[in-house]
Each structure stands twice: as C-alpha cells, then as structure tokens.
Ligand binder design. Structure first.
Ligand SMILES: [Zn+2]
Length: 234
C-alpha cells in the first residue's frame, strides 16, 4: 500500500474539523470477493466517502467538505498518544520528527464510515439533492450490511423478503450499469437475491462472450443450483 497524505476537512454544515486517512493504492492479498460485490481485503484501502460530523451529528460527503490541510500519512497515528494527552499538535510539536511538518490546527477526530442507520439517513437526504453515484454507493453498502450475517453462515442465503431491503435492492438494480462486468455481476447477484434466479443466469450468461473465469463459473453453478445467492467467488 502506498500512503497518501491525510487530509483535514471542514464539515459543510458546521465547519467542525475531521481528518481522513487514505492510500494512493491498495492490494488485494488474502482477499475474498463475494457475489454481492463485497471485497473482504485487509490490505485494500476503503477511504471514507460519507461520514457523520462528531459535532453537529449530521452526515456529509467528503467531496463536499473543503480540505483545510494536507498532512503526511501516518502523522496522526504516530502521535495518537500525544493527541490524547494534549489534543493539540502545537503542544506535541517537540515530539515530531524534523521532516514532519506539524499541522497548524488542533487535532481533529478521525472520520469514520457510517453505520447502517447513517447510510439510511444519508440516502433519505439524497432525495433533496439526487446523485446517482452516491445513491449507488449507499444502496450497495446497505445491501452489504444486510448480507453480513450470511457470509459465514452454514445455511445458504434465502431470498430477501423484508420490505426495506426489497426497496433497496430494487433501487440498486435500477442504478447498476449492465455495460460493465462489475455491473453485470452485481445485477446477477441482486436479481438472485430477489429470488429471480432465471434472470440472474440470463444476465450472467452475457459474460460468456468474454470467457468464463473460475469466479463466473462458480457463480453460475450456484445460480443453477438455486441454493442461495451469496457465494464466495474467490
Ligand atoms: Zn458538523
């Protein structure tokens, strides 16, 4: 993983600061890809895109939060103990390495991913300012959270039945681009989650033209068996 600078942002609602750490690239060693597109990868960066302000408690998109400052990667982690003691980089500057310029402002809290309630809240707010990519991002994460209990369960995942999850799946399906391999795989997964195995097989078959990787074969076998739609592909 290549580190990138951490960034300090201002909440677009109240101006309160938070920092985000990110990487320029990640790798997928010891990763597991699921048929709902969820990638379990300890080494892959999953930089926060949408978060909740620790001050005003509103959710916001990092893209909408102005960058106040860039700080060398790892700076915050290195000084986390000092942070707790002083909560102010100005006071901890003497501990810093010479090459590390200390941020000029007090240590802000680290941005966290939203939980499921936060995702649903952010989705509601999107109704006021529709944004296709953001909606897809949220709906995909809402789906992943719903699927989480099935990942290591012994029983196959059954078709989705509760009204909220169904509405989310239909919303997600409408947003997926079936012109890309990723979109096709996700669409097949979402259709199967709705119990529409035939439609899922039909859309997955479109990938035959590009050859069938082990992942696609495994997914197709599961869809043919109609024994659950959440499969570890690799
Ligand atoms: Zn705020």
């Amino acid at each position: 993983m290549l580190p990138a600078p951490d960034t300090i942002h201002a909440c677009p609602h109240c101006g309160h600061n938070a920092y985000r750490s990110s990487f320029l690239s990640g790798n997928t060693f010891s990763s597991r890809l699921w048929s709902d597109g969820y990638l379990q990868a300890p080494m892959l960066d999953d930089a926060v895109q949408v978060t909740r302000c620790t001050n005003c408690k509103a959710t916001y998109w990092v893209q909408d939060a102005p960058v106040l400052e860039r700080v060398p990667y790892g700076f915050f982690n290195k000084y986390s103990r000092t942070q707790q003691e002083s909560r102010n980089f100005a006071l901890s500057e003497q501990h810093a390495l010479q090459d590390d310029p200390a941020p000029s402002r007090p240590v802000p809290p680290k941005m966290e991913h939203l939980d499921q309630r936060g995702h649903l809240e952010a989705l509601k707010e999107l109704a006021l300012a529709p944004h296709k990519d953001r909606e897809a991002y949220l709906r995909l994460r809402i789906w992943w959270a719903h699927n989480q209990p099935f990942r290591n369960a012994l029983k196959p995942a059954t078709p989705t039945e509760d009204a909220e999850s169904l509405a989310n799946l239909h919303g997600l399906l409408a947003l997926l681009e079936t012109s890309t391999e990723k979109g096709i795989l996700l669409s097949a997964g979402a259709l199967a989650a709705l119990g529409r195995y035939g439609d899922a097989r039909a859309i997955l078959a479109e990938l035959y033209a590009e050859g069938f990787s082990e992942e696609k074969k495994r997914f197709m076998q599961a869809l043919k068996a109609e024994e659950g739609w959440l499969v570890a592909l690799r």
